[in-house]
Design a protein around this ligand. Sequence first.
Ligand code: HPA
Length: 265
Amino acid sequence: MNAIEASAARIRVAGPVPELAVVLGSGWDRAAELVEAPTDIPYPELPAFPALNVDGHAGILRLGRIGGRAVALLRGRKHAYESGDAAAMKGPIRSLAAAGCRILVLTNAAGSLDANMGPGSLMLIADHLNMAQRTPLHDEPGSDRFVDMSDAYDPALRAQARAAAAQAGIALHEGVYAWVLGPQFETPAEIRMLGLLGAQAVGMSTVPEVILARHAGLKVLAFSMLTNMAAGLSDESLSHAHTLRNARAADQDASRLLTAVIAAI
Ligand code: HPA
């Protein structure tokens, strides 16, 4: 048995077999409290899962139910900026697909390029710009590495998410997410460039996981919590601590949104 099969087998026996998986980014971890009858598996017990070393990320897979749906919540992700490796989340995503998940919900903290989306706003990702121009698939054999990325963010799931947010009375914007490698924040000139290219949000995660998920045949839905105006668009200076602080201020809306969406899709 390889590491992915071993991780999938462990996930299948630990709790209800998850139908959907959610990667909880900065600001979204509070949703983990909403899981009924949770079972936790620390990443070190899942051989295909990475070791983590960023503040605010726990490295725990939580299994259980939200709104009646069997879910797997990933509390902590490994970012490409930590190692330069865009395939850092290959093991977890393939393990979850092998365990039976059919939908991957990705969440992140991002900077806003849109004056109508201030700190604390929530955005449904409609599409992305891979500004890092990295891929988690470069060592993949075979022709299925040529993944179709049109409609990567599933249009039917997005429609259901918009309806669920409206019904729950949660304002949900929709826009294009630009992935930059980081870990440094952007320059104001870079943000002006991203705005001209059509981005409403900028961040350092999610896109590699979307590519991996589409390659694994999973449907994808993704959300950003805007924790700050992007560089040059406000007087505030940018820092990781600032991101986490603003994320905490919006975490209640974020977990309400996730519950409503999970029950609806
Ligand atoms: N830029 C990139 N990543 C981010 C930002 C930002 O302004 N805010 C939170 N994550």
